[in-house]
Design a protein around this ligand. Structure first.
Ligand code: PLP
Ligand code: SF4
Length: 345
């Protein structure tokens, strides 16, 4: 049985003072939901920090509830159109497990429920009308908390209205609830594979989450010809060390999943204790790049506050300009000059 409250959790494992003191906090509350499979892994600190709440959530005075200003950029009830050519559809607020670092606390686990057929049709009409939208993220919450028949219906509405749009199927369920990915579910997806392709977007934050069961769930998508990309959140005490991130990337690649983003934590209220200083993030980025292939390297990315959007953070190897030449410092610390085309004699 899943763990759904602090008393139950305290009976299951011995909680620290900080964990025990967590309390609900009005609209900033993210519910406790830890499925059995994850509960069985709570002796692993990397898993525990992601799913067991702490009173530090209550003490965070820096963050806000909606740093991305998604509300201001919502064009239907559930469609966030923040970038010209892509949008995010919030299929449901429900997840199989609530991650303490969740960046969409304003919405997740708020008992809002899944999108109605009317809301799906409204979003599909908006996407169809706005021909500049080339990609739509089906996200939330987790779309796979819906039943097979509801997923079939939703995909069929989107695919018949917007056949040339790429839909990203965004889910953490492959990690926390791989048993959800049944033959029946894959049949519902397969039926709707026409027009533009689907892409699978996973969230694995630690190599221990990529279990054999999780890999098998992902391979169900890959075997349908759906490419898989992973987004990792850089989390203090979970994966803020080079060794863990390198191991994660290598494991992802071995399972045919391309590491896509490594996210700097958003300024979401209640998550401050899980964020890593950018200075350390940049150092990690540089160090893992030296060890990983281009294929294995995720892009370290920050989603700027006040709806500023995503920008890439990277150590700069370009250190200046001298005369007509750009000056680089190589990863080994050597200096190289590149005379630019326009200034060549
Ligand atoms: C992150 C995000 C996207 C997708 O951005 P990519 O950089 O293409 O992955 C689209 N819409 C919203 C609202 C987002 O937050
Ligand atoms: S699965 Fe995603 S939406 Fe759900 S709690 Fe975790 S981070 Fe938030």
């Amino acid at each position: 049985m899943a763990i759904t409250n602090i008393e139950q959790l305290n009976g299951y494992i011995e909680l620290s003072e900080d964990e025990k003191a967590w309390r609900e906090d009005g609209e900033n509350t993210l519910p406790i939901l830890i499925p059995e499979r994850i509960a069985a892994m709570l002796s692993n600190p990397a898993i525990r920090r992601q799913f067991v709440p702490s009173a530090k959530e209550n003490e965070d005075t820096v963050g806000t509830l909606d740093p991305q200003e998604e509300r201001e950029n919502s064009h239907t009830e559930r469609l966030v159109h923040r970038y010209r050519n892509r949008a995010a559809f919030l299929v449901t607020d429900r997840c199989f497990a609530y991650c303490r670092h969740c960046f969409r606390r304003r919405f997740t686990g708020k008992m809002i429920g899944e999108a109605s057929e009317g809301e799906i049709r409204e979003a599909a009409a908006y996407i169809k009308e706005h021909r500049e939208i080339r990609e739509v993220l089906l996200t939330g919450g987790d779309m796979f908390t819906l039943s097979d028949s509801h997923i079939r219906r939703m995909l069929s509405i989107f695919k018949s209205e917007c056949p040339s749009v790429i839909f990203r199927l965004c889910t953490r369920a492959v990690a926390v609830c791989p048993e959800r990915f049944t033959a029946g579910l894959f049949a519902a997806i397969k039926e709707n594979q026409k027009g533009a392709p689907f892409y699978l977007m996973t969230q694995f934050n630690h190599p221990d989450e990529l279990t054999d069961d999780a890999a098998k769930a992902v391979s169900g998508f890959l075997d349908l010809g759906i490419p898989a990309f992973n987004q990792t959140v850089l989390l203090s005490g979970v994966n803020d060390d080079e060794k863990t991130l390198i191991e994660l990337s290598e494991k992802l690649l071995l399972n045919r999943i391309k590491p896509y983003y490594l996210f700097q934590g958003d300024l979401v209220k209640g998550t401050r204790h899980l964020r890593v200083p950018i200075e350390r993030g940049l150092e990690i980025e540089k160090n893992i790049r030296a060890e990983l292939s281009g294929l294995g390297m995720p892009q370290y990315t920050i989603d700027l506050p006040e709806g500023g959007g995503k920008v890439i953070l990277t150590h700069s190897y370009l250190i200046g300009k001298e005369g007509g030449s750009y000056v680089f410092e190589t990863p080994e610390g050597k200096i190289r000059h590149y005379p630019d085309v326009s200034t060549r004699g």
